[in-house]
Design a protein around this ligand. Structure first.
Ligand code: NAP
Length: 293
């Protein structure tokens, strides 16, 4: 039996339709939502990602302001920039493209973003609210992985969920979302003793380990739903002997697709939904700012 492919582009399209409707209403009310993205340096991949983000934002009726800073920028001008965007009433959301070119730690810069504009959900306040089960701006990739699961399993009550990875932006917030949905959650990481034993117990398996091809058929039980967050650009030798660059995930897709009930492809799974979630957080931030006293 071949697994259902969870179509990230279709899920993203549905989210963007809702976002576009809300953005139109905001614009008609004289408050167009605007996402400010800070990009330090001239890394070609980061710039191309920012450009595609801009295109998706504009399709959804969200203004996009790319703030470019030189590659030798230190954290103090970055913080000044954040302060200016925090104070600018025309800006609904602020995000920081990573990594910072000088290898500076992004932590202090990200924590400076006002909680109300923290559309990546990476600040202590939003993460804390998420943990407390309160209304929060949820980290986009975790929200996207959760949305992919929910598209095939609307009710997760009591199901065994295993998350591979415990990063602050993906693994941990995802575990919180699964708990809030009443799944029984196990979190694995690089020190987990027997990864396979845990992953085989999963009805819902989300892999965010950042390790290409880590999860294969031996890790998955028949009928599991598998969401692959990993993205890696790898060079492969095709059957015709030509080297090609391909994007692969943390899951060996072909193997696992023959066992699982449903699986996200890479590319075309979690990735597009992540961008849609960023836009959704931006309209939400804009709506909340208008509703605030
Ligand atoms: P990260 O910060 O590097 O965290 C990786 C986590 O996986 C860590 O908790 C690590 O454990 C764990 N891990 C690593 N190797 C493992 C192994 N062999 N067995 C079990 N656990 C292992 O990465 P991240 O930021 O969460 O991102 C994860 C992946 O998602 C990356 O491939 C990234 O490119 C991708 N990503 C995709 C999107 C998207 O939109 N699709 C967005 C963001 C990230 P320790 O804590 O013990 O080190």
């Amino acid at each position: 039996v071949l697994a259902t492919h969870i179509d990230g582009k279709a899920i993203a399209g549905r989210i963007r339709d809702g976002v576009a409707r809300r953005a139109r209403a905001l614009r008609h009310g004289g408050h167009p939502p605007c996402l400010a993205a800070i990009l330090a340096g001239d890394d070609a991949a980061a710039l191309s990602y920012a450009r595609s983000q801009e295109a998706r934002a504009e399709e959804a009726g969200i203004d996009y302001r790319l703030v470019r800073l030189p590659s030798d920028v230190g954290s103090s001008p970055l913080i000044d920039e954040i302060d200016a965007l925090n104070a600018d009433a025309s800006i609904s959301g602020i995000m920081l493209h990573l990594p910072l070119p000088r290898g500076d730690d992004a932590f202090s810069v990200q924590q400076r973003i006002a909680a109300a504009k923290d559309v990546e959900g990476v600040g202590a306040e939003n993460l804390g609210l998420l943990m407390m089960g309160r209304d929060a701006l949820v980290p986009c990739t975790a929200a996207a992985a959760f949305e992919c699961l929910r598209s095939v399993v609307p009710d997760m009550t009591g199901l065994d969920a295993v998350v591979v990875g415990r990063s602050v932006i993906v693994g941990k917030p995802l575990a919180m979302l699964l708990l809030a949905a009443n799944a029984t959650v196990t979190q694995c990481h690089s020190r987990t003793r027997d990864l396979r034993e845990h992953t085989r117990s999963a009805k819902l398996l989300v892999v965010a380990a950042g390790s290409a091809g880590l999860i294969g058929a031996e890790h998955v039980s028949p009928g599991a739903v598998v969401v692959d967050v990993g993205t890696h650009r790898v060079t492969v030798l095709d059957a015709d002997g030509v080297e090609r660059i391909r994007t692969v995930g943390d899951v060996r897709f072909d193997e696992v697709a023959s066992i699982a009930a449903a699986i996200t492809p890479v590319p075309g799974g979690v990735g597009p939904v992540t961008v849609a979630k960023l836009l959704e957080n931006t309209v939400r931030a804009c709506e909340r700012m208008l509703a605030a006293p």
